[in-house]
Design a protein around this ligand. Structure first.
Ligand code: C2E
Ligand code: CA
Ligand code: CA
Length: 499
């Protein structure tokens, strides 16, 4: 037995059978030995010594990697939440001094994604390292600086004492992180938004504190970025309300309480009706009518958009079959519905079940869809066209590099966003844009629809620009299915009167 190990104690883990004991010893020269003592049947035992120095080092490296962000060498999310766990636990146990607080600052970089997209990941990584350096310089060594996501950082001020400390640090961080960076000869400019939660007041657990800081961050970003916000109770209220909406929306979908309203789409040259766009409506039993701009995002965040979208599609097809003349019906599809590889099959099944001819169905998608996962999306769009349904690009002009998207897929229709129509009279650029869209669309055999037409002046301007169809309060507001037949006959009478 090597001398320097001294007397053997039996400690350390036993194997499950209880047949041997195991422990580690570090020799003065730094090598690590594993000592294994196996019991023999006659009561004696055999002891083996193995040099596990390399294995131990690998283990230590792994531990360090598991607690460290590889790119910046800052703490990672795990270390941050373990430290927060300890702080909240200490505060829970101690009858704590009201001045003894700590603060968590969540930092989100503004415009980082744009820099990353323009200059590439290598530059993006160097920029994140520079951000880490600047952040570390501004806080005490006892504070924890962590990278908790792609371009998200967090600072834990372990003894912020009072709110003012957190505020001073936040202000300095916003200022320091928005100074220009020089990375490989590139001058880079980004900004920072910060959300602050103060413990233990803003949350009793790590999770609650991180949510509070995140809500405050969201508020900082909504108020124009490049600033900081402290968590406030009403932010929590907003979240609670959202959760309530989600619960009630789930129920409403299950109970088929959602309705579709129909807005007429008018052919400008013939002055007759082309069809209707189906728009989801929800009347909450207590809150009254909730606009789609409020519940569609909740449905998208929660996945409820899938059953909602399927039901809307089925309902619209079922009702369109019953119209007195064979008009078209337009249905909105959320980008999330394209994540379902069975989307085209579902559309086909619904058409079969309801008996609607495929050419009467138009599906409206947004540019946002084409900005994601392009290949799979384009393939699904082509499958839908093979079925015979039409595809429209909705809200055109609200996204990025719009005109290039017109080349990515043979759309049947482009719907020019309301923002252009509203500015038609006052802003020359919008009529130039509308004319360009009409020209490109017609050269590719696509039609154009102008959205949000509210005045006679807009309508005639659009007609002069060559726009095919129009939709808006001037021509008809969205209304319940019970009014559809009347809207159709009113337009039919007008057409016959003109003829
Ligand atoms: P959208 O597809 O752009 O629908 C047109 C919106 O403009 C509708 O708002 C409509 O009521 C409104 N609108 C129509 N004419 C005028 C006008 O002259 N002036 C003004 N100011 N507004 C006009 P709505 O019904 O509130 O729907 C909002 C959005 O919600 C829709 O925008 C669409 O993106 C989404 N949405 C509605 N129903 C569904 C659905 O079933 N599925 C999905 N995925 N999204 C839906
Ligand atoms: Ca639409
Ligand atoms: Ca639209």
């Amino acid at each position: 037995m090597p001398e320097h190990l001294g007397p053997l104690e039996f400690y350390g883990p036993q194997d499950a059978t209880g047949n041997f004991d195991l422990y580690e010893r570090v020799r003065p020269d730094g090598t690590v030995l594993e000592v294994r003592s196996a019991r023999l049947e006659d009561g004696g035992f055999v002891r083996t010594f193995s040099d596990i120095t390399r294995r131990r080092k690998a283990q230590d490296d792994a531990d360090r990697l598991a607690s460290e962000d590889v790119l910046t060498s800052l703490a990672n999310r795990r270390v941050l939440s373990e430290t927060l766990d300890r702080l909240t636990e200490a505060h829970r146990l101690a009858a704590s001094n009201p001045l003894d607080t700590f603060a968590i600052l969540c930092i989100d970089l503004d415009r980082f994604k744009a820099v990353n997209d323009t200059h590439g990941h290598a530059i993006g990584d160097r920029l994140l390292q520079a951000v880490a350096q600047r952040t570390k310089k501004l806080v005490r060594t006892t504070d924890v600086v962590a990278r908790i996501g792609g371009d998200e950082f967090a600072v834990l001020l372990a003894s912020a004492d009072q709110q003012p400390t957190a505020e001073i640090v936040a202000r300095r961080l916003v200022e320091a992180l928005s100074r220009p960076y020089n990375v490989d000869g590139h001058q880079l400019l980004i900004g920072a938004s910060i959300g602050i939660a103060v413990g233990p007041a803003d949350g009793a657990s790590t999770n609650e504190l991180l949510i509070a800081a995140d809500l405050a961050l969201y508020a900082a970003k909504s108020s124009g970025r490049g600033t900081y916000r402290f968590f406030a109770r009403q932010m929590n209220e907003a979240i609670k309300q959202r959760q309530e909406i989600e619960t009630d929306l789930r129920q409403a979908i299950a109970d088929e309480k959602l309705e579709l309203h129909y807005q007429p789409i008018i052919n400008l040259k013939q002055n007759n009706i082309w069809g209707f766009e189906a728009l989801a409506r929800w009347t909450h039993p207590l809150r009254g009518a909730i606009p789609p701009d409020k519940f569609i995002p909740v449905a998208e965040d929660s996945g409820l958009i899938l059953p909602l979208g399927e039901r809307a599609l089925r309902e619209a097809c079922r009702q369109a079959v019953q119209w007195p003349i064979e008009l078209s019906v337009a249905v909105n599809l959320s980008p999330l519905q394209f994540a379902n590889p069975g989307l085209a099959m579902m559309v086909e099944r619904i058409l079969r079940e309801t008996g609607l001819q495929p050419h009467r169905l138009e599906l409206e998608i947004t540019e946002g869809l084409l900005m994601r996962n392009t290949e799979a999306t384009i393939a699904t769009l082509h499958r839908l066209k093979e079925i015979g349904v039409r595809i429209a690009m909705d809200d055109f002009g609200t996204g990025y590099s719009s005109l290039s998207y017109l080349q990515s897929f043979p759309f049947d229709r482009i719907k020019v966003d309301r923002s252009f129509v509203t500015q038609l009279g006052s802003n020359r650029t919008s009529s130039t844009v509308v004319r360009a869209v009409v020209d490109i669309a017609s050269s590719r055999g696509m039609s154009t629809t102008a959205e949000g037409v509210e005045t006679e002046a807009q309508r005639s301007a659009l007609e002069a620009l060559g726009c095919d169809e129009a939709q808006g309060y001037l021509l008809g507001r969205p209304g319940p299915v019970s009014g559809v037949i009347q809207v159709i006959s009113a337009w039919e009478e007008r057409r016959q009167g003109a003829a």
